[in-house]
Structures are given as C-alpha cells and as structure tokens.
Design a protein around this ligand. Structure first.
Ligand code: HEC
Ligand code: HEC
Length: 194
C-alpha cells in the first residue's frame, strides 16, 4: 500500500493526527476517505453537527465493530450507507486506527451543571464506568463517552433502551432497561461534561 508521511501536509485534521504523535503514517487513500467523513463528523472528528457523533479518540476496536455492523445493515444508518457499503475490512481498520489516534475534544453544546451532577450519581449507581472506564474514555469494544455530543448520546441511550439499536451484544440494552428519559438525559450531560 502506498503510504505518505503526514508531516507537512495541510489541514487541521492532519495537524491533529500529527500532534497526537501516535499515527506517524496515514495512507493517501485513508486520508481522502477521512476528508469525506469529516464533512459530517467535524473538523478533527469533533462534531458540531446535531445527532452526529464525535469520533476522535474513539477506541479502534469499537469503531471497527460499528462500521462493520453498519456495512452489514445490522445497525442501519441510511445517511452513512453510501460511505460504508464498499469499504473492505482493511479500509475500515485503517480509518479506525486513524480516528483512535486523534485527540478527543468537546461538543459545542454546554452541559448543564445540575444535570451533569445528577448524571454522575446515576453513573456511579449504574456502574457505567465498569465498562466505559471511570474516565469514560472507553476501551476495546466499549465506546468513549467523555466529551460526546449530548443530543447524540441521548438518542443512542433511548435507542438501546427501546431496543431499536442493535449492537455487537446486548450489554447496553440490559444496562439501561427501563431507565426513564430524564435519567438518560442526565447521564448524557454527565458524560459530555467529562
Ligand atoms: C452524511 C453524513 C455522514 C457521513 C458523510 C459519514 N457519517 Fe458517520 N455517522 C453519521 C451519523 C448521523 C451517525 C449517527 C448514526 C446514529 O444515529 O446511530 C454516524 C455514525 C458513525 C459511527 C458510529 C459512531 C458511534 O459512536 O457509534 C461511525 C464509526 C462513523 N459514523 C464513521 C464514519 C466514517 C468512517 C465515515 C466516512 C467513511 C462516515 N462516518 C461518514 C453521519 C455521517
Ligand atoms: C456491561 C458493560 C457496559 C455497561 C455497564 C455500560 N455500557 Fe455502555 N456500552 C457497552 C458496550 C459493549 C457498548 C457498544 C455496544 C454496541 O455494539 O452497540 C456500549 C455503548 C454505549 C453507548 C453508545 C455510544 C456511541 O458512541 O454510540 C452509550 C451512549 C453508552 N454505552 C452509555 C452507557 C451509560 C450511560 C452506562 C451506564 C448507565 C453504560 N453505557 C453502561 C458496554 C457497557
């Protein structure tokens, strides 16, 4: 595969890759794809678009799993279909490795301090950190929640609870079974505030 050193290439996204120091090389092909993805997921993959998740700093294992679920139609996301349907496993792995190395930022939304505090208590009681890590940085197939968009996270939590989002396993639907909307909102504000 033809690879190019990111050093010296223009663009904020690549500057972010560079400053992370983790991804010394990103292939031309992956870079060209990533520019298209960033059109929705944000400059540096920190999203400012409603209901569109940030992907910077997301564990590669999680991103790979989700892109395969999307490609196979198990997690159907109609707006994403044209961008994932032709990706090979190796293309997905290359994108995932690049995304994991990007520094995670913050959503442009402002978490409500009172809601975030209530969410912190709920998260402790519900042991979200046992899987997503106490910092909510995520690990392996468990996504990063820290700094994620509130609107996206609330929608994701409702979708797991109502069993309208299929995942790689049923862990999340079990974790939020029967939890009221108000608590899910508080959890989303807490995670965004981390
Ligand atoms: C037209 C806009 C758009 C484009 C282009 C796009 N995405 Fe997405 N993507 C979305 C939206 C919206 C979602 C949230 C779907 C949902 O609600 O479940 C999403 C979800 C994702 C997720 C799941 C994240 C999570 O936290 O579960 C990944 C991974 C992803 N996109 C990667 C990519 C990659 C890689 C590309 C380029 C090949 C790309 N996207 C291109 C809009 C887009
Ligand atoms: C037993 C482990 C476990 C626990 C406990 C858990 N999660 Fe998860 N969570 C997961 C896994 C695994 C996924 C990915 C599932 C999939 O494939 O869709 C996930 C996905 C998510 C997502 C989707 C993020 C995205 O980017 O789309 C959110 C939001 C989330 N969890 C929040 C929470 C919150 C809040 C709690 C506490 C109430 C919690 N989780 C407790 C394992 C767990």
């Amino acid at each position: 595969m033809k690879t190019i050193v990111t050093h010296g290439l223009p663009g904020l996204m690549l500057a972010a890759v560079l400053s992370s120091g983790a991804a010394a090389q990103v292939s031309n092909e992956t870079r060209e794809r990533a520019v298209v993805c960033a059109g929705c997921h944000g400059e540096g993959f920190n999203s400012v678009q409603p209901l569109t998740p940030s992907l910077a700093g997301q564990p590669a294992f999680y991103v790979t799993t989700q892109l395969i679920l999307m490609r196979e139609g198990v997690r159907p996301v109609p707006v994403m279909t044209p961008f994932v349907e032709k990706l090979k496993d190796a293309d997905i792995e290359a994108l995932a490795a690049m995304l994991e190395a990007l520094p995670a930022g913050r959503s442009d939304e402002t978490p409500d301090p009172a809601l975030a505090q209530a969410g912190e208590k709920l998260a402790e009681r519900m042991r979200c950190g046992s899987c997503h890590l106490p910092s909510l940085a995520g690990q392996e197939q468990m996504p990063r929640l820290a700094g994620q968009r509130i609107d996206y996270m609330l929608a994701a939590l409702k979708a797991y609870r109502d069993s309208t989002r299929a995942g790689a396993d049923a862990l999340m639907s079990n974790a939020v079974a029967g939890v009221p909307d108000a608590d899910l909102l508080a959890l989303a504000h807490y995670a965004a505030s981390k």
